[in-house]
Design a protein around this ligand. Structure first.
Ligand code: ME8
Length: 701
């Protein structure tokens, strides 16, 4: 059986987890669960980084022993991770004996390799980053990450000959392009390596909180050296050779982009020096922003992941973070957006499909579906495309794309219901086999979509699978075996009815002011940690509407015909009302008038930004890859002064689709993104009012 060892960064424990640190654990959990679903023997390790000065100081402030403080924080962290359904196999703490053994063994190997020497360090140190800083790193004298002045320190240190490994690192990057992803992080590290490497301090003096340097017990190992070693001490380095041989090298380190240098320059150099193989892949994910800033405990800009999970359920939160934030890019968390996506993806789309199927299955077939002898309908084809797209994306760590592919199947099933109208089929007894086909195919599409979404929403998908008549232990599922369209003639399924899984949140709230002033209501304790995201009705602050679903009391056919609130609906034609009437009332335009036929030559469409990066050596240009509904095209836009590339990803834009290609700074642009200009001539991007109704590819008239 193939193996997969995946790790996350280990967290500083000076304060509770926040939504940014939780994002990393959720993303890694989705990857680990996906690997298990693929039948791969997976070891997923996380843990706590305890030897930081911040931790020591925090314990002091609270008047407790540092270790006792860390014990308490371990409980806090484990509790948060359990409530977010994070399925780690191992949790390491850097104060554990196994870790100390590993650190001591590795530090001795570096010394034996002749890569450690004593020296004197004088310079800046940011305690929040636990990192040495050069003048060049600072912005207005402050640490750029934490916005605070670093300390000036002067002490005797042990140095590690990092500079010696520069060429070997460059060679490794050249031979293993997959070593560091995404590409933007890889390019950053290559630039850093090309600009030269200095030796670095690997110990601190005058501190007792840490692991002693083997040759000099008066010093402790620098906290970053100590922390990085967790990845090998957790699989037995220096203690259990057999375990180490099984699991090392790691297949994937999932870390935040701010700590790429530690993981992709210092860590591999330490391993090279010790003669230990390098991890196969490092992925530097982006940041979760809150109100335009990195969510960070030291900046105080944090959202409590438990509050978010308790509000709508852990699975909606897991889905939001992994589907809405392109993995590798930064993304925003806002309560409004979280609720909006919940309504769109879960209440209106997946939840609606579950309810519609249950309602029709019970009304027309007493809850028992039987596959007819005829071959499957068009959903089978849509399902196999979705499975293939999902697997390809998930293997490439494009989590957002994989999850969207699974939702594509949900869309297809909702659209299929709207197209075949089972409620009309049901009226004609001669079409009984046709109705069986329609309902069974919808149940199969739903089963497959839930299977694909299991890594993201484990609790909810277990519930969906049970309702669709395929209950069981989700940990037993296997993609190769189970992600195959299966509707053999005569097969039976019992469809269960139940409360709406994700009741719709009321959208008739009285606008942003009421929202800002209102106390957000945390649901009653019964909701906390509920497995399938089932919320009680009557939640005071966030009124939940009854989800639009069919039940026996509804007029037959009427609501069934209401599709999920999705699907490309293009705005009305310009011919309505007549352009002439409009022109008569308008002031004279500044440019010559054109006929409607001339205007009709311009093909305007909605696009969705898939990737965005600044164009090198240009202050203005951004290179975008835009999903135009039919594929992905490259467009260069002059918006860099106002829009950070990373924040464009996922946005819907309006663009001219039929412009002849043009080259800007040597890059071919296939279209033009439209923007209004503000009073100072700066671009303000145009976006469709409701991208759900006008998704990528929608025509604009
Ligand atoms: O850096 N969005 O610990 P940490 C996304 N102990 N990810 C974020 C984030 C945000 N707003 N804020 C933090 C450390 N992270 C070290 C790691 S590993 C050998 C030692 C990520 O508690 C951050 O990038 O500050 C890191 O990957 C992880 O959360 C833990 O951060």
């Amino acid at each position: 059986m193939s193996k997969f060892y995946i790790t996350t960064a280990i967290d500083y424990v000076n304060s509770r987890p926040h939504l940014g640190t939780a994002y990393e654990k959720i993303a890694a959990d989705v990857i680990a669960r996906y690997q298990r679903l693929c039948g791969v023997d997976t070891r997923f390790m996380m843990g706590n980084d305890e030897h930081s000065q911040n931790v020591f100081q925090r314990a002091r402030e609270l008047g407790v022993e540092p270790l006792a403080f860390c014990d308490g924080m371990e409980r806090t962290f484990r509790d948060v991770w359990a409530r977010l359904d994070i399925s780690f196999d191992d949790f390491i703490r850097t104060t554990e004996a196994r870790h100390r053994t590993g650190v001591t063994a590795l530090a001795s190997r570096l010394a034996d390799a002749g890569d450690v020497y004593e020296g004197f360090f004088e310079g800046w140190y940011c305690v929040s980053c636990e990192a040495f800083k050069t003048e060049k790193d600072l912005e207005d004298g402050n640490c750029p990450v934490h916005g605070r002045p670093p300390q000036w320190i002067k002490e005797k240190n042990h140095f590690f000959r990092l500079s010696k490994y520069r060429q070997r690192l460059l060679d490794h990057y050249a031979a293993h392009p997959e070593f560091l992803e995404p590409e933007i992080r890889r390019n950053e590290m290559l630039r850093l390596l090309e600009s030269g490497l200095d030796d670095i301090s690997m110990s601190r003096t005058g501190q007792a909180w840490g692991i002693p340097v083997p040759s000099d017990p008066g010093s402790v190992v620098y906290v970053w050296f100590d922390a990085l070693i967790n990845y090998i001490s957790g699989v037995g380095y220096g203690a259990d050779e057999e375990l180490f041989r099984i699991w090392w090298p790691a297949d994937l380190h999932v870390i935040g982009k701010d700590i790429t240098r530690f993981h992709c320059v210092i860590w591999p150099a330490m391993l090279m020096s010790a003669g230990v193989p390098l991890p196969r892949r490092v992925f530097g994910h982006g940041w979760v922003h809150w109100q335009g800033q990195k969510m960070s405990k030291s900046l105080g800009t944090v959202v409590d992941p438990l509050e978010a999970a308790e509000r709508l359920g852990p699975d909606p939160l897991r889905l939001y973070l992994t589907k809405e934030i392109a993995f590798g890019q930064d993304g925003d968390f806002t309560w409004d957006r979280f609720e909006e996506r919940y309504n769109v993806d879960l209440a209106n789309n997946l939840g609606n499909l579950v309810s519609r199927l249950a309602s029709m299955a019970h009304r027309y077939r007493g809850g028992r579906l039987v596959a007819p002898p005829s071959g499957p309908g068009p959903l089978a084809e849509a399902a196999s495309r979705a499975v293939a797209a999902y697997r390809e994306a998930m293997d490439a760590l494009a989590l957002h794309t994989g999850i969207s592919a699974a939702f594509g199947l949900v869309d297809a099933a909702n659209e299929y219901i709207a197209a075949v109208e089972p409620w009309f089929t049901a009226r004609d007894p001669a079409r009984a086999a046709e109705l069986d086909r329609q309902l069974y195919d919808v149940s199969e599409a739903l089963r497959l979509a839930a299977l694909l979404l299991t890594p993201v929403m484990p609790g909810s998908c277990r519930e969906v699978l049970a309702r669709v008549g395929t209950p069981g232990d989700v940990s037993e599922l296997n993609l190769d075996r189970d992600a195959v369209w299966t509707t053999p003639p005569g097969a039976e399924r019992r469809i269960a009815k139940g409360d709406p899984l994700w009741p719709r949140l009321d959208s008739d709230r009285s606008g942003p002011t009421a929202r800002a002033g209102a106390q957000r209501t945390v649901p009653p304790p019964a909701m906390v940690g509920r497995p399938a995201g089932i919320a009680p009705a009557g939640d005071a602050g966030m009124q939940r509407k009854e989800q639009r679903t069919m039940n026996d009391s509804e007029q037959q056919g009427a609501d069934e015909a209401v599709p999920a609130a999705r699907g490309p609906e293009v705005a009305g034609s310009t011919a309505d009302g007549g352009p002439g009437a409009e022109a008569a009332a308008s002031p004279a335009p500044a440019t010559p008038r054109i006929s409607i036929d001339e205007f009709a030559k311009v093909e305007l469409r909605v696009g969705r930004v898939v990737t965005a990066e600044a164009v090198r050596k240009s202050k203005k240009l951004v290179r975008l890859e835009i999903d135009d509904g039919a594929g992905v095209r490259q467009v260069v836009a002059g918006i860099a002064k106002v829009y950070e590339p990373e924040r464009l990803v996922g946005r819907h834009v309006v663009f001219v689709a039929n412009l002849q290609p043009a080259k800007l700074m040597g890059i071919e642009s296939n279209g033009m993104v439209l923007a209004a200009l503000d009073a100072e001539g700066r671009p303000v991007l145009l976006t469709p009012d409701d991208p759900e109704r006008a998704p990528a590819g929608s025509a604009i008239r």
